[in-house]
Design a binder for this molecule. Sequence first.
Ligand SMILES: C[S@@+](CC[C@H](N)C(=O)[O-])C[C@H]1O[C@@H](n2cnc3c(N)ncnc32)[C@H](O)[C@@H]1O
Length: 259
Amino acid sequence: MPSRTSQEQFDRQAPQYNAEWNEWNRESLAWLMEHAHCQPSHRLLDVATGAGFTAVAFAPLVAEVTGVDVSAAMLEKARERARAAGLANLVFESGAAESLPFAADAFDGVLCRLAAHHFVSPAKFVAEAYRVLRPGGRLLVADSAEPDDAPEVDAWHNHVEVLRDGSHVRNYTASQWRGFVTDAGFALEALDEVPESVPITLRAWLEKGGCSGEAAAEVRRLFLEAPAEAVRTFAITPMPDGDIRFQWVRIALAARKPG
Ligand SMILES: C[S@@+](CC[C@H](N)C(=O)[O-])C[C@H]1O[C@@H](n2cnc3c(N)ncnc32)[C@H](O)[C@@H]1O
């Protein structure tokens, strides 16, 4: 179990989820938009909507987007973002990915970006997505991931993630994601590694996670002493100003409920 709940973590850190965070994740958002096959009549559900970046990006393309999240502070940020964008076809509700508060067959698409690594059970989330999608509807997920067959990289990465944010559960590999969606009954349409173009800097990443003091010093030490394979995989690069630059691996998938 995570040492801190997502609700505690994100109620505290909501002000940090700003445009800089969205820039770090812009290619994964573009990938989801490209693979969603949105129609103007569609109703979408954005699971773990956070500050609403994904929901707001999709809203102009469809009839309605519902955003759901466990953090009241993040939902408030999402409502502000929708208002500022002048969009009236968004609703935001409290709810958990593993027990979605919606009827069966209610949505044409379910989205989830950069959040599933916080879920206690991604398999339950995928099963819930299947339940709330109409036959023929699509699940679109993007998340931080680990390379397949790289246990040292996997262990190092998940360890620094948990030190930085106690609500991190784990990043999965592409093979694990393939298993989650096919076990739930989905037909996998696409599963890609998506390089993000904007590198993350360690100081900003720690700040967004609310990680300071001894924990931050330990994360920094782990970056400086990262295994060679992790350095290569995540392009970990010390900077002249003492900060460290890196790029996480993202996977993105599109899967269709048969029917
Ligand atoms: C980084 S933010 C998500 C960003 C958002 N999806 C986007 O693309 O802009 C992660 C969010 O996941 C939410 N979350 C974590 N675990 C959850 C769960 N089990 N059910 C619903 N929301 C959850 C957190 O409250 C937080 O708002």
